[in-house]
Design a protein around this ligand. Structure first.
Ligand code: NAP
Length: 561
């Protein structure tokens, strides 16, 4: 049975390296990898060994006879990536072995290479993993929250538990003896960038893009407006957004922008709360959804159907789990685009859109309406939002859609980091392949690196960060080997002392394990995968309830360093 890659593909490429016959493409060394929406198994070349299944961190691969009904469209999607050929011809691929990228070789003999990674999301964890492939390397991972893993915990929608399964890989990485967590520690608040450099050979920032891009139209200040990314953080119980006022007492929500985040929010706002009840969704969000009056979420895109920003795997997943409709005008746009579009990926999306029911039909349950060529003009309302006025894109025609909640979903935006240069236009730290550069001189800033969204902007999937982090780490190691990174001035052990003096509520790896165990135990009592803490004080209290007690742990940590 050939294997098939399904919706939760994270594109980290682990399957490519595991495959003995090089039948998974695009591989990280191929040009299409950076823009691919998922990876594909060649059904003719696949030898059914299952190596890719074990390697995949998100459980996205299965034999074609073990797929659920929702996953069946992925059989054709995997096969369609490869050209047709006679049954006995297994090419492409041209080479027989999977490409194995050489791991960076750290020069030995002096002090261990000690690297601070700031941000414990996917980019940070993949960077730590790559660094720790070598002996003689220590990695300290910092995060301002007491809980690690960034957007995997706070951004991936709770109905995508397979995707959240990548945390099993991250847990394995963080359990290595050369790895230390400094959680609940904010760089710039508890320790400065300059101090970080005194304690490490290099500081690698993987802080992501923490802000939303804001839509600059009238009415965005009205109650009842918000952003999709904040809403996702609220759904996921992020402590900074736990108290967000998400008012679902209205029949319609408009989401502006049609990327994957818009799809995530629309899916959750229209889902059956019972189907979410066993996930790790925040208890507050679940309660609010149970009392929701929302009957329709309109996802409004400024361009046409062929330019939809969501990915094909996510569209397949959406249409197999939710009621998705198009109104008659948008169906006409789809038909028009079907004639003029040549891009195979866009065509595949259009073919799915063309089969969707017409919005005029009576809704049996809350539904999602995909709407096109709507440029937002202003948000309407006096005391609070009651609708959005759009212009039909490219014309003066004005259209109003009534709504009680308006969420913009027009992308994330990186924020400046104290002590580092920042490119306002790109909303990223200026860098060359991960080496931070001074924009005035173009020279690298010694010892400072970036990976993930703060390096390349907010695009791609969880696994895209693996190849991104590998590139940065290769350059960092080259610089270390070339003697370009001065050794840390401070004594080993001094970092712990300094941070504990400024942040007594530091959460280390044992503390995080205690929080994790407490959340899982709370979840078991409610038949849920976990019941998250949404308050930092509760997280810190759970971390403190760890055996051995913190003082003994501190002594032990001091002895081990
Ligand atoms: P995105 O994919 O960049 O989509 C942004 C949307 O906002 C587009 O529809 C864009 O329209 C629209 N937009 C931008 N400026 C606008 C304006 N001024 N007025 C109206 N519309 C505007 O962003 P995202 O959804 O936040 O996703 C970020 C990244 O995370 C993406 O790479 C995404 O694939 C990834 N992600 C993946 C998953 C998953 O794999 N399950 C889940 C969530 C996020 P135009 O196209 O016309 O510019």
């Amino acid at each position: 049975m050939p294997h098939v890659i399904t919706q939760s593909c994270c594109s980290d490429g682990s399957c490519v390296y595991a495959c003995p016959v090089n039948c998974i493409h695009p591989s990280p060394d191929e040009p299409g990898f950076g823009t691919a929406e998922m990876l594909h198994i060649d059904p003719v070349a696949c030898v059914d060994c299952g190596a890719c299944v074990s390697a995949c961190p998100v459980g996205a691969i299965a034999p074609d006879n073990r797929l659920t009904a929702e996953q069946l469209p992925f059989v054709a999607l995997n096969a369609a990536y490869y050209p047709e050929r006679p049954a006995d011809v297994k090419v492409p691929p041209t080479s027989k072995l999977a490409p194995v990228l050489p791991a960076p070789q750290v020069r030995r003999g002096g002090a261990d290479l000690t690297v601070a990674v700031v941000g414990s999301g996917p980019a940070g964890m993949y960077a730590a993993d790559e660094l720790l492939t070598q002996k003689g390397v220590r990695v300290n991972v910092f995060d301002k929250l007491p809980t690690p893993f960034g957007l995997v915990r706070a951004g991936v929608a709770p109905d995508h538990q397979n995707t959240k399964g990548v945390t099993r890989l991250f847990e394995r990485i963080s359990s290595r003896s050369e790895f230390a967590f400094y959680l609940n520690v904010e760089v710039g608040e508890h320790i400065s960038h300059a101090e970080m450099l005194q304690h490490h050979h290099a500081v690698l920032y993987t802080v992501g893009a923490p802000n939303d891009r804001r839509l600059d139209i009238a009415g965005m200040e009205l109650p009842g407006t918000g952003t999709a990314t904040e809403t996702v953080a609220w759904i996921n119980g992020h402590p900074d957004f736990a108290g967000l006022a998400v008012d679902l007492r209205h029949e319609r929500v408009v989401v502006i922008g049609n990327g994957n985040v818009a799809l995530d929010v629309a899916r959750i706002l229209t889902a059956d709360p019972d189907a979410l009840a066993r996930t790790d969704i925040s208890a507050t969000a679940l309660r609010t959804l149970r009392n929701s009056a929302v009957r329709e979420v309109v996802i409004a895109a400024r361009r046409g159907p062929a330019d939809s920003a969501f990915t094909l795997p996510e569209l397949i997943g959406l249409t197999s789990t939710a009621d998705v409709v198009l109104d008659a005008d948008d169906h006409a746009l789809v038909q028009r685009d079907l004639v003029t579009t040549t891009d195979p990926l866009a065509l595949a999306k259009l073919e799915i859109l063309a089969k969707l029911p017409v919005a005029a039909d009576i809704a049996r349950r809350p539904r999602i309406r995909l709407a096109y060529r709507l440029t937002p003009h202003r948000v309407l309302g006096t005391e609070r939002v009651d609708g959005v006025e759009f212009r039909r894109t490219g014309t003066d025609e004005s259209l109003r859609i009534d709504a009680g909640l308006v969420l913009t979903s027009i992308g994330y935006r990186g924020a400046p980091i104290a002590g580092l240069p920042f490119d306002e236009a790109a909303a990223a730290v200026p860098n060359r392949d991960g080496r931070v550069v001074d924009p005035a001189t173009g020279d690298p800033v010694a010892g400072v690196y970036v990976a993930g969204w703060i390096k390349r902007g907010p695009t791609g999937f969880i696994g895209t960060n693996k190849s991104c982090a590998m590139q940065t780490v290769a350059n960092l190691v080259d610089d270390f080997n070339a003697g370009l990174l001065g050794g840390p001035a401070a004594r080993p052990g001094a970092l712990d002392k300094l941070i504990r003096s400024r942040q007594p509520d530091l959460v280390d790896a044992a503390g995080w394990r205690a929080i994790d165990a407490a959340e899982i135990a709370r979840g078991e009592a409610e038949d849920r995968v976990r019941a998250k803490f949404t308050d930092v004080a509760d997280m810190v209290a759970a971390a403190a309830a760890v055996d051995p007690p913190p003082v003994a742990r501190r002594l032990l940590a001091g002895l081990l360093r």
